[in-house]
Design a protein around this ligand. Structure first.
Ligand SMILES: [Zn+2]
Ligand SMILES: [Zn+2]
Length: 285
């Protein structure tokens, strides 16, 4: 049985539509595929409708979290997608753009820059508002000569005087929310150091004590030594070990099924989950 528990579609930053992803997963010889878009479940319906016979879909999501200033990703499987508290948290992460931009406007006002929210909204022209629009307002006001000059520590760069962090979930809160929605949590690519600072093992131990179910070990961002170390850590902490492609279509080079999860671990995940069941493919309409 070939099981890939981490894949993205166009519902977040993958390039396959959910339907294409299901067809490609079957063509890649997978028996089980998880749909784990960033902070959203909106690909589910299309994926289920297109699910080929012989392929089973595990519904999931990859939740954006942050611990002690370190961004991290938490895979969540087979939770109830309608459960209100977890749904509200996903929406908060996704719909944080406007409050964040307004926060940057407020900080700029405190710095004496007469930018207004109306101005930023006009510049965004109905698109989803972001830092570049706030930066353009600074150019309009003659505060900086170009948009690039606004992306500095003086203004809007990460950690800059007028910067506001994105909302990201505390991982302990994510574990609690996913559990309450009947789901299972797996810390995604916990040692992917080329993405920046990684979460210390002591924090992973605390998450395990708080109910984390597993860690993703076999992942393209982990070298052989890292995998050995993580397997040891998982054994020590009683965590499940998964392996997955983290497929993003043509956005990244990793192919579907490049890394897979042991069928016994998959069985344990499905036994622990109470929020949703894996969906067996019926061949579509
Ligand atoms: Zn990730
Ligand atoms: Zn991912």
């Amino acid at each position: 049985m070939r099981i890939d528990l981490h894949c993205h579609s166009t519902a977040s930053d993958g390039t396959d539509t959910p339907a294409e992803l299901m067809r490609n997963a079957a063509a890649a010889g997978l028996d089980v595929v998880a749909l784990t878009d960033h902070d959203t479940t909106r690909g589910y319906a299309e994926a289920i409708a297109a699910l080929p016979e012989g392929l089973t879909l595990v519904t999931g999501a990859e939740l954006s979290c942050r611990i002690d200033g370190i961004p991290m990703h938490m895979l969540a499987y087979l939770f109830d997608p309608e459960e209100p508290a977890l749904l509200a948290e996903r929406e908060l992460v996704r719909d944080d753009r406007v409050p964040r931009a307004k926060g940057m406007v407020a900080k700029l006002n405190e710095l004496g820059v007469p930018v207004t929210w109306e101005q930023v909204e006009r510049i965004a022209a109905g698109g989803s508002v972001g830092r570049p629009h706030v930066a353009t307002a600074l150019v309009e006001l003659g505060v900086v000569p170009t948009v690039d000059d606004a992306f500095t520590k003086d203004w809007l760069a990460d950690g800059g005087r007028a910067h506001v962090d994105k909302h990201e979930t505390d991982p302990f809160e994510a574990i609690r929310l996913v559990k309450a929605a009947g789901g299972v949590t797996v810390f995604a690519h916990p040692a992917a150091s080329r993405r920046g600072r990684t979460v210390p093992e002591s924090a992973i131990a605390e998450m395990a004590a708080a109910g984390l179910d597993g860690i993703e070990v076999d992942h393209t961002d982990h070298d052989a030594d890292t995998r050995v170390r993580l397997r040891g850590l998982a054994a020590e902490l009683g965590l499940l070990v998964t392996g997955s492609s983290d497929y993003h279509g043509s956005r990244k080079t990793v192919s579907l099924g490049r890394y897979t999860t042991d069928p016994e671990v998959y069985g344990e995940i499905t036994r622990r989950a109470t929020g949703a069941f894996p969906v067996p493919g019926t061949g579509g309409p």
